[in-house]
Structure formats: C-alpha cells, structure tokens
Design a protein around this ligand. Structure first.
Ligand code: G6P
Length: 368
C-alpha cells in the first residue's frame, strides 16, 4: 500500500473507497474461493466443540464489530457470546471458565484497555484469539492465535475499512465455528461462503450511493442531533454509524435498538430530528417498520437505508431512501456500513472539521 491520498481529499475518503479491495484480500485469506469453503490460515489450538462460551472484547468501533459477531456466532454456531467494551471487562469480575475462548478485536493491536483485558483473560487459562490489523502489535504477539485483517495502514483516525475487514474475519470464523460444532452442514457452509464471496462486489455497489449521500449531508450538517436505529445485526451498526458521525463531524448522534425507541428516545422525535433507519429486508424488517411508523407519526425525518424489497414494503414515506443492493440477510453489515461511513464523512466535510484527525481523538489509545 502506498500511504498517500492518491486523488482523494482525505485519507478517510480513500480508505472508504478501498474497501471492496481490502475486504476482498481479507476474504481470500480466510476462504478457499474455488472450493467455496472456509480455509483458516492456521489450525486453531482449540476445538469449538469444547467451547462453552465466547467472550468478545474491543474498544470503539472494534467493540461494535464484536457486537455484530455476537449475533453471527450465536446464530450460526449456537455458542453463547458475551460482549464487553475492554475498559469494563476486567472490572466486572465475570466468572470465566478455563478452556473457553476469548476474542480480542483491535485495529492497532495496541489499545491499552484491550491489551489489559487480554492479559487478564490469559492469566485465567482461557484460549485467546485476536483479530488485529497490525501483526507485530502487542495484542497480536500476546494472544495465542492471531487472525489478521488485511485492511492496510489505517491513517484516518476514524476506523472504516479496519471495521469491515474485522467483520469479514469474524464472519469466516463464525461459519468455521458453526461447521465444527455440527450446526452447519457442508451445503450450509457453501451457501454462506458464496455470500461472503459476493460481499466485495456488493460493497462496490453501495459506494455508488455517494452522490445522493453527499446531498443529504448538507442537511445533516444543519442538525444538532441525529438518532440511528436498527434491529438484529443492524443494531450494532446503528451504534457504529452514530459513533462515526459524532467523532468526525461533532454532530451529536445516538444509536439505539429500534425496539428501544418507545422506551425513551421517542421523546426526542420532532420535525427537526433526522432518524437514520438501517433496515435491510430481513427477518426483523416488519418490526422495524412499526418503529418507523412511530417516528413518522411524530414528524421525524426518516432516512431509510434498505433494499428494493424493503423500500416497497416500508409503508411509510421516508424523507430519503438510500437504496442498497439486494442480498441475503446474514452479512448485510459489511455493505450497510458503507453509506454510514459516507454520511459521516460528507457531513464532516460540510462542517469543515479535520476529518482525518478529529479533535481530542487518537488513532491508538495507549492509556487506560
Ligand atoms: C480509537 C480510534 C477508533 C478505534 C478505537 C479502538 O478510539 O479512534 O477508531 O475504533 O480506538 O482501536 P483499536 O486499534 O483497538 O481497534
């Protein structure tokens, strides 16, 4: 990778646009493309059948990648997953079982909270596996197994392609776990791997929403608050979308599970409030539609991220619909994250903030 901005205005824009390529590299490291099978680059030092529970830990965007993965491991491999932000994990004194698996997710591999959590877990005799972008980092070196994301150097402080590459590695690992535990058949594995192979192309299609999002960002930049909603794997994505917007544009944003809307955030909704709804046409789509109706009834401006079927079935009139490619439900977060990144990026550009180096933030946080 050449570390320059090429023809892009910011590193962040370049990093967003390079995702189909780097997620594709990462895919090829974990999948046998010809056989349509998961092919991890190394043998795991544990058997997924012996794992009673997986703990997943990370900070910032990396913790949200872990949150998405929780849904995948539980659904595809039927293994219970606990998810913590690294700064909380050690101190809540969770009962841990020797021989279980703990996964640590970190772009830099140097985040102090995550490293401390890794050391804590290791001392208790758990298997440790890290998903890191920098293979020479402390977290990579100190974990029993290291699975690398091939995102290339992440220069922009806000994680973009590191996040989607983390999702790709975790998706492959969840399918591998499902297979070992007998929850997935050979044909399930093939079907899921075929879906993973499609992801880079679908991400490229999602990038084509950019002109529409650029326009939307001009209105977004006038807002003081934004709510992001999603259900299922789109819920952690709502958290990530809101984080991205606030960290680089300084527009206040909150992500919620769509079903939680009625338990508080609904009080915020009025004509001035944009509500970004992440709703691919999946098993929970209908439920999200009722939440959108609640928003619409209070005059909230809905920005709906969905596919053609979802746009047809939404039964509300969104302010804007961002149309994403049709795809099977499981791995939508890798594709739906693209418009979220673009929205944050273009809003920040309109606001005139320092996109690649937002105030008060650091690329790797090496203090606890
Ligand atoms: C910082 C960065 C975030 C990143 C987080 C975790 O806060 O600004 O973009 O998600 O650290 O970093 P890591 O390197 O552990 O993924």
């Amino acid at each position: 990778f050449l570390v320059d901005k090429a023809n892009y205005r910011h590193f962040m824009a370049k990093e967003i646009h390079e995702q189909p390529e780097v997620v594709g590299h990462t895919l090829r490291r974990y999948v046998d493309m010809a056989a349509e099978r998961i092919a991890l680059p190394q043998r795991l030092p544990f058997d997924f059948n012996d794992i009673g529970r997986i703990s997943i830990t990370g900070s910032g965007s990396s913790s949200y990648a872990g949150y998405v993965a929780k849904y995948w491991f539980e659904r595809l491999a039927r293994v219970p997953v606990e998810l913590d932000v690294a700064s909380e994990f050690r101190f809540r004194e969770a009962p841990l079982r020797k021989g279980d698996l703990a996964i640590f997710i970190s772009q830099s591999g140097e985040t102090a909270d995550t490293l401390a959590a890794l050391r804590y877990v290791k001392a208790q005799g758990l298997h440790t596996l890290s998903v890191v972008n920098v293979p020479t980092s402390a977290i990579a070196r100190e974990s029993e197994t290291m699975l690398q994301t091939l995102a290339g150097p992440q220069i922009g402080v806000a994680s973009t392609r590191a996040f989607t590459c983390q999702l790709m590695v975790l998706a492959a690992l969840a399918v591998a776990a499902g297979k070992s535990r007998g929850e997935l058949s050979d044909s399930d594995e093939t079907r899921l791997v075929q879906r993973l192979i499609e992801i880079p192309r679908l991400m490229a299609t999602a990038l084509a929403t950019e002109p529409q999002i650029e326009k939307l960002a001009r209105d977004m930049a006038k807002c003081r608050n934004v709510v992001y909603l999603g259900r299922g794997t789109s819920f952690p994505l709502a958290l990530e979308g809101a984080l991205k917007l606030k960290e680089i544009s300084y527009v206040h944003a909150e992500g919620y599970a769509a079903g939680e809307l009625k338990h508080g955030p609904i009080a915020l909704i009025d004509e001035t409030m944009p509500v970004v709804v992440i709703a691919p046409y999946d098993g929970v789509f209908e439920k999200t539609v009722s939440n959108m109706q609640e928003v619409a009834a209070r005059g909230g401006n809905i920005i709906l991220m969905t596919d053609a079927k979802g746009a047809r079935e939404a039964t509300i009139d969104p302010l804007v619909t961002i149309l994403l490619p049709d795809m099977p439900a499981t791995f939508t977060p890798m594709v739906y994250d693209i418009p979220m990144q673009l929205l944050a990026y273009h809003t920040a550009v309109v606001m005139g903030t320092n996109v690649d180096q937002p105030r008060n933030l650091a690329k790797a946080v090496t203090v606890e």
